[in-house]
Ligand binder design. Structure first.
Ligand SMILES: [Zn+2]
Length: 625
């Protein structure tokens, strides 16, 4: 990080519009907030449309081609600044009309390890287009090229992950959540494979391996996405469907059968779904996240395929992002809770509509436990437990903790419980309508909250303790409490087991995976391997195929040194690359003096993981890189 970069910048709200040439493709943004994680200077020249023309080379593990950017620019702007990281920039042209291209003067700045390097392109007085011929570097962080052995079939696979600031490792672009643009793309892939993007997508393979895409709704760079592989499509409803490798498609179709109903529930809550289609792609197991809300095409981990639809709240979450995040977008990564806290709140409301309050309260309860663990982990007084973050000079991934998700959720629930659900729902619905396709800062949101809601409920303004939630550490007093009678029964069962009731006599027949997670979590510390074996004999936790149950049980098994589970743990860690599962298991191994085992498993597993997961686990294990 180059600190002078920040000294030179002003954290001001730029009101633009009058100074920019009119653009007819994207809605004009009212304001652009300076983003500490982008070099772009959108007040001078801003990308409003991107045209990609790329070839995917699986042998070299690179993408190569051109990116053509259509600009809106201020009078007299002499250059456009783009974000890049590790890109091989081969040639740059400018054009007034998008047709006649003239070679342009350009300069690649020094590389910062987090931010990458600026690409400054000189503009002529009437330049409206910039074209860049480039290639990605092997190992580009947004790209994961998987050999057939790491997929569910016999073909290789490519997937991208652009959030938070990795779009710049595969496209030269203004990589800030505050800058939206429309895009189109032509992508060439090896014959027999299908390509998909966060755009209008094909439902069948093309003989020639050439795919074209169009995204008419403006999106920020972190929502650019590409997947290439042996992929097939199955419809789920009139505007929804699922893509997956052939061997996974049937299971995916079964698991996601409720998607269309989820969309209906979401629309009834907070207004129309504005992205036309909602499809999901089930990726190979090394995908580092649970899901990624790429517009029109959620990227999802196969670890949600539990066979009983018990983990589909993850899909409700990604669907909810179609409003919170993709429609109203955090202006910078310091405001990440505006994306995630709202989405968790919306997710639980969708799940309440789908399965009832008793179900969604289990989710809320688990969320609170995650929050307690995260606060203890980060430190109860640490500034990273504030909702409003200060990530300047740091990797924005540092802010992607459950604070944004779960503390954000409990803050919004606190407001809901104070003003009443009816008033809060009306507020949220109009918020999504008014700020659709715009960006939002934390202070901007708090102003809107005050004007549109709290001034009508003056008693609530004091009760909610906004400053403590947003700018204070830890969990404020009087946080809402999830009322889960189903979890009360689980705790009764644990208590009965502690005083000697046999596991097989506990009333567990009706339990969902959430009850099982809570059961494992509620067991007392250090129960010993004998009791672990007895529970395992009764409930077959080690052999579970539910990833959430596996992750909890395996962490417990490591802490108890219950070695019967170790072969299963090794299989899990070498197959699954979802960071949320990896980190606690490796950490448990280190904290219990089993570092050699952790290193031994990681040696085998590391090449299966996405660079995002690799980075986290390298750090955790002090892996020599
Ligand atoms: Zn999310």
């Amino acid at each position: 990080m180059n600190p002078s970069h920040f000294l030179l910048r002003f954290y001001l709200l730029f009101v633009i519009g009058s100074g920019l040439l009119a653009c007819d493709k994207a809605p004009v943004q009212e304001s652009i907030v300076d983003d500490p994680h982008s070099y772009a200077r959108p007040e001078e020249a801003r990308v409003q449309h991107l045209s990609l023309d790329l070839s995917v080379d699986f042998d070299k593990g690179v993408l190569a081609g051109t990116a053509t950017l259509e600009l809106a620019r201020a009078q007299g702007a002499k250059q456009v600044i783009l974000d890049t990281r590790g890109l091989d920039i081969q040639q740059v042209w400018i054009s007034n009309d998008g047709q006649a291209m003239i070679p342009a003067t350009h300069r690649l700045g020094p590389t910062d390890s987090i931010m990458g390097a600026t690409l400054a392109v000189e503009l002529s007085p009437n330049t409206r287009f910039v074209r860049i011929a480039y290639a990605t570097e092997p190992g580009a962080e947004a790209l994961q090229f998987l050999p057939p052995a790491l997929t569910s079939g016999s073909q290789p696979f490519l997937l991208t992950q652009s959030q938070a600031i990795l779009a710049r490792t595969w496209i030269p672009i203004q990589d800030s959540p505050g800058i939206r643009f429309t895009y189109d793309a032509k992508v060439r892939v090896p014959k027999g494979l299908m390509a998909l993007m966060s755009a209008e997508n094909p439902v069948a393979r093309r003989e020639d391996g050439v795919y074209t895409f169009k995204m008419s709704q403006p999106v920020p760079a972190y929502l650019l996405a590409l997947a290439v592989g042996d992929i097939e499509f199955a419809p789920l409803g009139p505007r929804s469907g699922v893509y997956a490798e052939p061997s996974v498609l049937e299971a995916a179709k079964y698991e996601l059968a409720e998607v269309e109903e989820m969309i209906d529930i979401a629309e009834a809550l907070y207004g129309p779904y504005r992205w036309e289609r909602y499809d999901v792609i089930i990726l190979p197991p090394s995908f580092p996240f649970g899901g990624m809300e790429n517009p029109r095409l959620t990227f999802a981990t196969p670890t949600i395929l539990a066979g009983d639809r018990s983990l589909v709240s993850l899909i409700a979450h990604e669907l909810a992002h179609s409003w919170s995040g993709n429609l109203v977008t955090n202006a910078t990564w310091n405001d990440f809770w505006l994306n995630e806290g709202f989405t968790v709140y919306f997710e639980y409301r969708i799940m309440e509509g789908l399965k009832g309050r008793g179900y969604s309260e289990m989710l809320a309860h688990l969320s609170y436990q995650d929050l307690l663990e995260e606060v203890a982990d980060i430190g109860p007084d640490h500034a990273d437990t504030h909702l409003a973050l200060q990530l300047e000079g740091r990797n924005p991934d540092d802010g992607m903790t459950s604070i944004a998700y779960d503390k954000g959720y409990y803050f919004l629930r606190r407001i809901e419980e104070t003003v009443g659900r009816e008033a809060f729902d009306a507020f949220l619905r109009s918020y999504f309508d008014r700020y659709a396709f715009k960006t939002m800062t934390t202070t901007g949101f708090l102003q809107i909250l005050d004007q549109e809601l709290l001034q009508k409920h003056p008693e609530a303004a004091e009760t909610v303790q906004i400053d403590a939630w947003v700018y204070g550490p830890g969990i404020p007093d009087q946080a809402p409490v999830a009322q889960s009678t189903r979890f009360d029964l689980v705790e009764d069962a644990v208590a009965a087991w502690i005083v000697g009731v046999s596991p097989t006599d506990l009333k567990t027949e009706e339990w969902s995976s959430h009850e099982w997670i809570h059961f494992i979590r509620s067991l007392p510390d250090s129960i010993g391997t004998e009791k672990m074996a007895a529970l395992d004999a009764a409930f077959a936790f080690t052999r579970s195929t539910n990833s959430e149950v596996q992750a909890r049980w395996y962490a417990r098994a490591i802490r108890e040194q219950y070695t019967e589970a170790y072969p299963a743990i090794r299989r899990f860690l070498t197959r699954v690359g979802r960071r949320k599962f990896l980190t606690p298991l490796y950490r448990a191994l280190i904290e219990t003096g089993q570092r050699d085992l952790a290193l031994d498993i990681y040696r085998e597993a590391r090449s299966h993981y996405h660079p995002i997961s690799v980075q986290s686990i390298d750090e955790l294990l002090d892996w020599p890189v």
